[in-house]
Design a protein around this ligand. Structure first.
Ligand code: AIR
Length: 203
């Protein structure tokens, strides 16, 4: 069993470790509950599509140039863990945080945006009813957010931020965009050639 104090201590000790930036995760993915994973898995899928690898052990980071990490952090069940995560984000090397939460009190993204500031936070409302609580920030307390469920796009936006200073990642983003355009062309051609009924039966 891991307790919350241990996780807090891990974030706090990582913040003082002075690890080389290449060994630290670039993007942090946090979510209010593991029940958010169906939606939040889109964020890791996008990062993996771009060549990121996941850090699952701070002492044994993957070789990829860009990496990410994933944690469950609940604003209401574990507020102290949310503070520890947000307060140490910059020292732990995170350049962007993707934060998702569901329900009507989806406060993890907005609170993390305030605590981790100026590290940018991209909020992901896990459900439609979570949109207002993710977006509703007062002047001077910024958050960027995507529409409900759009975690894949949130991760692309995070990569766009990182690509400002990395041309290889920039090229990979362009390539992915082109692959997606080609995907539409393939589907369009298949629909046209098979006809609507056969296409629907086959898909
Ligand atoms: N949540 C968890 N802690 C605080 C909040 N707002 C959110 C989760 C999830 C929803 O509550 O982000 O979308 C339901 O969580 P659970 O664990 O009951 O399934």
């Amino acid at each position: 069993m891991t307790d919350i104090a241990e996780l807090r201590a891990l974030f706090e000790s990582e913040a003082t470790r002075d690890r080389p930036a290449t060994d630290q995760p670039d993007v942090g993915i946090i979510m209010g509950s593991d029940s958010d994973l169906d939606v939040m898995a889109g964020a890791s899928a996008a990062l993996e599509d771009l060549g990121f690898e996941e850090v699952t052990d701070y002492d044994d980071p993957p070789a990829a140039e860009f990496t990410y990490e994933s944690w469950v952090v609940s604003a209401h069940r574990t507020p102290d863990l949310m503070y520890a995560y947000g307060e140490t984000a910059r020292e732990r090397g995170l350049d962007v945080i993707l934060a998702g939460a569901g329900g009507k009190s989806a406060d993890l993204p907005n609170m993390t945006a305030s605590i981790a500031y100026p590290v940018p936070v991209i909020g992901i409302p896990v459900q439609e009813k979570s949109v207002d609580s993710v977006l509703g920030m007062p002047t001077g307390a910024p958050i960027t957010a995507v529409d409900a469920g759009k975690s894949y796009n949130a991760a692309l936006s995070a990569a766009q931020i990182l690509a400002r200073s990395d041309n290889t990642l920039r090229d990979r983003l362009v390539e992915l965009h082109e692959e997606q355009s080609d995907g539409v062309a393939d589907v369009s051609q298949a629909l046209h050639e098979s006809g609507t009924q056969q296409f629907r039966d086959a898909n």
